[in-house]
Write a protein that binds this ligand. Structure first.
Ligand code: SPQ
Length: 433
């Protein structure tokens, strides 16, 4: 276990390039594994979560190799996976767990999967319920609706599932199982969650359509079984969730100007850009372009005086992972920020309502947790403190940014957990000092 001590800085200047998107990197391995032919992945995120996905598919008989900076996934087709010899280790990764369960539900062999303590306490009923409705056999081994999970062969049928939560993991799990069903499968979610699965599965050759309710309140994705998916070449855009820390640093640290290159700005992910704009942040998108179906831009950020705002409703799924660092920005903003409709924060790597508000309070911020978010009174001085990350990578990174504008020393406990999504986070940081 490592901890890191950080102090206030001024004048962050320079250009940084953000590593590949975690959500897209996972999906490259998964979809490539069940496609025919080779999938070539450029700018793959070499974080612990994505490495767990590679390990799981290797155990399912897929040859995955690294050649120079490119990952090659030698897919075996929709029906080409083999029974794993041991329990699949999904580590800390909710995405691996929930998406792979959709694939495994359609296989003619038994499988078990399990993760670390945090992962094994996250809710899996949200996927067990729809998969069971489809005819899958999936059980929670400890009967607590969490992993470890045990999946045995079942005949899958198409269903129309009305998801109570806007969750890309639930949606993707059902769509992947839908590839193995005997008819159409549809998922409706209350508001649109990140849509990488839909965009990418289409590129791989799936028969898939998205429609939006006329009043804009919900989105439905429909998938029909197909004979095969086909390997693709994918250039993974930089992860906006990782860029978020440097956006916040650029806005908060006095006398800063940071150019963040190659960031994916897919609308279902880019809620933080709207929030920064509403808070009065000086942010400019440069060189906007599209690569492999995903919009990308360079983001120029300059130090700004921020004001508190209310954040809630349909934008929440588009910034759910950025809320820890948005909360840090709110603590430095003038006025009150209300974050609501974000109860999903409670079921992430930690209960992020609790970990964010506890650590902000430790730094001297006037903050109140609520049942679905938090209320932050901004504008006071942050004080250095011991930050209890509880091994949550997003808490470690968000509070590393808080440390840069706090008086005194801030100690990030278990800072090594950034390896989950951004192993080179502190190196990128150094580039700007
Ligand atoms: O994979 P994991 O552990 O769930 O990671 C997190 C994160 O902060 O990196 C959430 F804790 O991101 C999720 C995200 O919150 C990644 C994801 C995806 O790739 O589909 C979707 C979101 O989760 P959900 O539950 O809203 O679908």
């Amino acid at each position: 276990m490592t901890s890191l001590e950080l102090n206030a800085v001024t004048g962050l200047k320079g250009t940084v390039t953000i590593p590949g998107d975690k959500s897209i990197s996972h999906r490259c391995i998964m979809f490539g594994s069940i496609a025919k032919g080779t999938t070539e992945v450029h700018n793959f995120l070499n974080g612990a979560d994505c490495r767990a996905t590679i390990d799981c598919f290797r155990q399912l008989g897929i040859r995955i190799e690294k050649k120079d900076d490119v990952i090659l996934v030698h897919g075996n087709g929709l029906h080409g996976l083999h029974a794993p010899k041991t329990i699949l280790n999904v580590g800390n990764s909710g995405t691996t767990t929930r998406l792979i369960s959709g694939v495994l539900a359609g296989q003619p062999f038994d499988s078990k999967l399990s993760g670390d303590e945090s992962l094994n306490s996250r809710p899996m009923k949200r996927i067990m319920e729809p998969l069971t409705q489809m005819g899958a056999n999936i059980t929670s081994i400890l009967r607590n609706n969490c992993a470890p999970l045990y999946i045995t062969p079942g005949e899958l049928h198409g269903i129309h599932y009305n998801s109570p939560v806007a969750s890309a993991q639930v949606k993707s799990c059902i769509l992947l199982a839908g590839l193995y069903a005997d008819g159409e499968t549809a998922v409706t979610e209350p508001s649109l969650s990140r849509n990488h699965t839909e965009l990418m599965l289409k590129e791989f050759g799936a028969d898939l359509h998205t429609s939006h309710a006329l009043d804009g309140t919900s989105a439905t994705v429909l998938i029909r079984p197909c004979k095969e998916l086909y390997g693709q070449k994918i250039i993974v855009p930089g992860d906006i969730s990782s860029a978020a820390y440097f956006i916040a640093a650029g806005l908060l640290v006095p006398d800063s100007e940071i150019l963040i290159q190659n960031v994916g700005i897919n609308q279902t992910r880019a809620g933080i850009l709207k929030v920064c704009e509403d808070m009065g942040g000086d942010i400019t998108l440069l060189r906007e372009r599209t690569e492999g179906g995903e919009p990308i831009a360079d983001i120029l950020v300059r130090t700004s005086k921020l004001k508190g705002i209310t954040i809630g409703g349909d934008i929440i799924p588009a910034l759910i992972d950025e809320i820890p660092v948005i909360a840090v920005m709110a603590a430095m903003a003038e006025g009150t920020t209300v974050i609501k409709d974000a109860a999903e924060l409670k079921v992430k790597e930690t209960d992020r309502i609790e970990t964010v508000t506890d650590n902000l309070a430790a730094m001297g911020v006037n903050v109140t947790p609520t049942s679905d978010g938090m209320i932050i009174t901004g504008g006071s001085t942050l004080h250095g403190a011991n930050i209890h990350t509880l091994l949550d990578h997003r808490i470690a990174m968000a509070f590393s940014i808080a440390a840069l504008v706090a008086d005194g020393t801030t100690k990030i406990l278990d800072s090594q957990c950034v390896d989950v999504s951004y192993p080179t986070f502190y190196d990128t940081f150094e580039e700007l000092l």
